[in-house]
Design a protein around this ligand. Structure first.
Ligand code: ATP
Length: 618
């Protein structure tokens, strides 16, 4: 795959022209640093390219000998000798060619292997901010086609530069050593076949660009309308016909462009055929005139050698003329890849990170300020303490900063000001592995990998026994469901767990956290997708855990927080009130209002729901 997936003939798109990379010495030496480990193999490749380029030209020279010393001199021995030699040389050149492409591919594959691995591990270290602010498609393109482009550079661009230069130089030397006058004629003929093919190529390139844009559009439509959520929307709004018509019309446009492109290719081939045929004729003509009128020493064989060598020059000249574009594209691609490498992970382990033996899960927020974007502060001066074994509940309107607050504890983001302490130590001074191992979050958006329920559970504890898995599922109230499946724990959950209901997914993710068994448990509206019956069951499962370990609950439903040791009411990024349910409910503040509003709304449900279903806020 070409860099960026769009390596056309020798023309740059307007965008490429505008964003030409700065090719500095540093960039080049950085690129070559990837080749360094394969120095020895590279020397072999270089040798192979040289040999095969020279050997490919030899049969052209031998043609002259076959004609002059074999055919014209009527010497059968010489004729057979040169023919066999030609055959041998060609065979050898091709064998060396095979070795060269094997080595080439081997080096390219190893370099891309190294690059992919280091890029993947680098990206794993990037913070959540990186993933929320960068387009997912962009990240994947860099991991896939940009890095694959590197392979293309090594197997094609670099090889092409070397082999074409060698071929051209050797062809020129051979031409001049054969006969300088004819060589000059040969060189004069070269532009004749280069110019028309370049202009034919230009037209083809412009059509290719249009058809690329068209194919991007088609892919976009397919991506949007054939995805699970897209199809749901199409079906709900009955848009099948409109989407079909839309798809059909773009598809039709694509057909037209494809035909045009293929015909431009036809013209291209015609121009190529005509001029590669006319070129030799011109040499025969001019060579013939010189031979007959001016220089009797020129032989028929020599003219034939010149014609044969000229034929061999066509491709290298054309390819070298296009190389500059490949080169710019390659450099742009490397620059894009290096841009990612140079992004410093925002959240890293401190140099002398502390890694205690065990944790109790105490948390303290000291005057914490936080924003995603500097112009919009989300948390202002938040302070609270969660002591060992206690449970804090956080309630507050949608968007008030509850999830943001808990994301600061496992350092998904770092505070802007103030500090977050875990077991009395600033989280920034603790070993990240230790910190995250000791915190378990059941988040709002449950994510399950496409695999079996077992795979998803083992993610939390790879060495869990069957009994442990079953026990965790029972405690999370999901075992009944699993038992009812034909394949039990080996039931496939589908893309992002979409084959399961929201509640089932959530219960599996609770079982996953139960297996992880961390010192601090955080439930971010963990029971929001459950009906009241299973919610109660989950509640029964969660309660013993909360009773024995430090925990934070973000909840919309009052039922889940009644027993919390302390309730924090967050409003506009600040702690508006705090206290126990009993204290707050009678205090006449925000919590009381909430309670009363909800109580009157949910008069028939006990206890009331503070969750303000869909779009409503506390
Ligand atoms: P809810 O109850 O709806 O889950 P919440 O109280 O948990 O809401 P947060 O998710 O913490 O609210 O969001 C707080 C604010 O921060 C919101 O206004 C949201 O738009 C903003 N926000 C959240 N994540 C990001 C992000 N990655 N980049 C920029 N802004 C964000």
């Amino acid at each position: 795959m070409p860099p960026g997936g769009r390596l056309g003939p020798g023309y740059l798109t307007d965008e490429e022209k505008q964003n030409k990379p700065k090719v500095t010495k540093k960039l080049i030496s950085r690129i070559f640093s990837y080749l360094k480990p394969y120095k020895l193999q590279l020397v072999f490749v270089l040798g192979a390219i040289l040999c095969s380029s020279v050997l490919t030209l030899l049969p052209s020279v031998l043609t002259g000998k076959i004609i002059d010393e074999g055919l014209i001199a009527q010497n059968m021995k010489a004729l057979i000798f040169y023919i066999v030699l030609s055959f041998g040389v060609t065979l050898l050149a091709n064998l060396i060619g095979i070795l060269e492409s094997y080595l080439n591919t081997w080096i390219a594959q190893h370099i891309t292997f190294d690059m992919r691995n280091s890029m993947y591990s680098h990206l794993q270290k990037m913070s959540m901010r990186f993933f929320t602010s960068n387009n997912q498609g962009d990240i994947i393109t860099r991991m896939t086609s940009d890095i694959s482009g590197v392979q293309q550079i090594i197997t094609s661009t670099l090889t092409s530069i070397i082999s074409n230069t060698v071929t051209l130089t050797v062809a020129l030397v051979l031409m001049f050593s054969e006969n300088w006058k004819l060589a000059l004629v040969g060189i004069a003929v070269v532009p004749l076949f280069v110019i028309p093919t370049r202009s034919a190529g230009k037209r083809r390139w412009s059509i290719t660009k249009d058809s690329q844009a068209c194919s991007d559009e088609i892919n976009g439509i397919l991506n949007e309308t054939l995805s699970v959520s897209g199809q749901l929307l199409v079906k709900q709004f009955g848009m099948e016909k409109r989407e079909y018509d839309n798809y059909k019309s773009i598809n039709k446009k694509m057909i037209g462009l494809n035909i045009k492109e293929s015909m431009a290719g036809r013209w291209f081939r015609m121009a190529l055929g005509t001029f590669t045929n006319i070129g030799p004729m011109l040499i025969y003509l001019v060579g013939g005139i010189i031979m007959m009128r001016f220089d009797k020493t020129i032989t028929v064989g020599q003219i034939s050698v010149l014609v044969a060598l000229l034929g061999k020059m066509y491709m290298p000249v054309n390819q070298l003329l296009n190389i500059q574009v490949d080169w710019i594209r390659s450099m742009a691609m490397f620059t894009r890849i290096f841009d990612y490498y140079d992004m410093k992970p925002e959240i890293e382990n401190a140099e002398n990170a502390i890694c205690p033996d065990s944790a109790v899960g105490e948390v303290e927020f000291r005057n914490v300020r936080f924003y995603y974007e500097p112009d919009r502060e989300i948390l202002h001066d938040v302070s609270f303490t969660l002591t060992k074994g206690k449970c804090i509940a956080i309630v507050g309107p949608s968007g008030s900063g509850k999830s943001t607050l808990i994301n600061l504890i496992p350092r998904l983001y770092d505070v802007i000001d103030g500090s977050v302490l875990f077991d009395g130590k600033d989280v920034r001074s603790l070993d990240l592995g230790f910190l995250r191992d000791n915190i378990g979050i059941v988040s709002q958006e449950t994510y399950l990998f496409n695999g079996t329920i077992r795979d998803n559970l083992l993610y939390a504890k790879p060495d869990a026994t069957e009994e442990e898995l079953i026990e965790a599922c029972k405690r999370a109230n999901i075992y009944d469901f699993i038992e009812n499946q034909d394949t039990g724990l080996d039931t496939v959950v589908g893309n992002r767990g979409l084959k399961l209901s929201g509640g089932e997914k959530q219960r599996i993710s609770i079982a996953r956290i139960l297996l992880k068994d961390p010192a601090l448990m955080i439930f971010d509206e963990a029971t929001s997708a459950l009906d009241s019956i299973s919610e109660q069951k989950i509640q029964d499962a969660i309660e013993p855990l909360i009773a024995t370990r430090s925990s934070i609950l973000i909840a919309h439903r009052l039922s889940t927080i009644l027993n919390a040791d302390e309730i924090l009411v967050i409003k506009d990024g600040e702690i508006a009130e705090h206290g126990t349910h009993q204290e707050l409910v009678g205090a006449g503040g925000v919590y009381t209002q909430l309670y009363e509003t909800q109580f009157s709304k949910a008069a028939d449900t006990t206890p009331p729901n503070l969750g303000y279903s869909e779009g409503e806020s506390i």
